[in-house]
Design a protein around this ligand. Sequence first.
Ligand code: NAD
Length: 291
Amino acid sequence: MKIGFIGLGNMGAPMAANLAAAGHAVAGFDTVADAPDGVIQAGSAAEAASGADVVITMLPNGAILRAVADELIPAMQKGAVFVDCSTVEVDAARAVAAQAAAAELGWLDAPVSGGVGGAASGTLTFMVGGEPAAFETVSPLFDIMGQKAVLCGPAGNGQAAKICNNMILGVTMIATCEAFALADKLGLSRQSMFDVVSTSSGYSWSMNAYCPAPGIGPKSPADNGYMPGFAAELMVKDLGLAQAAAEAANADTPMGAAALDLYRQFVEHEDGRGRDFSAMLPRFESRDRST
Ligand code: NAD
């Protein structure tokens, strides 16, 4: 397939490189980064999109997506599919989807889980919103960049799935970290805590697959000085999107709101910026009820 790829940052560059390595003709554009090996450097987003069967964007936020879409949509050929893999507001995805439909283009919002490691190894999970026909066209590309793609319903539903998943992740990581810090103060070893919880009703992905305690459980950023991994500021972004969506939909999400407050405090006023989101454990470790 002929593919345009816009946004060649930490995630986009390895995703585009994997598509090129699989034999697709990929033209890439980024305002800052150069195209990775195998990807043809385009001079603009419109140039990368022109004549492409599928155009993929991997951008920082919804405002940038909207601006780039205004440039891309008129440059795309009718019948081509616009796939946005960025994490953005549900409303932004639905607005750009409507613009794409009006221009007779297919649309998929397809945010990802799996981080930079998953992008490099081609093992991302795609949560997809859009029409089944567009999903079928793009599925072979999802298979190259990822291990699983789930069609969640119409446009915007991929973003809805992403923010609900990450709201659970933020909340369970905080709960896991505060419980480890409590266990420390109660004299319970971290290994015992892991052995019990990972096989009991407190288990979660945060405990079992991404344990925030160094030296316990499978290898995770905790074993690498809490280098991200998934940076705490990205968790602030996703929890902020979840709260914005909850407000718009009038949904009561007190735990999501509390998780956003804690991660924002950690990133903006403590030492969380640039650290993995599991570094909540040393944060709780260094505090007591009065701090
Ligand atoms: P990044 O900042 O490394 O990459 C974004 C790229 O977009 C940058 O290279 C930037 O120069 C480029 N860009 C900005 N404006 C542009 C424009 N107008 N035209 C062309 N290029 C432009 O971010 P990232 O870590 O690659 O994340 C991308 C998206 O994926 C974000 O929405 C993020 O929330 C989401 N995401 C990231 C991770 C992760 O672990 N990094 C995990 C899941 C989802």
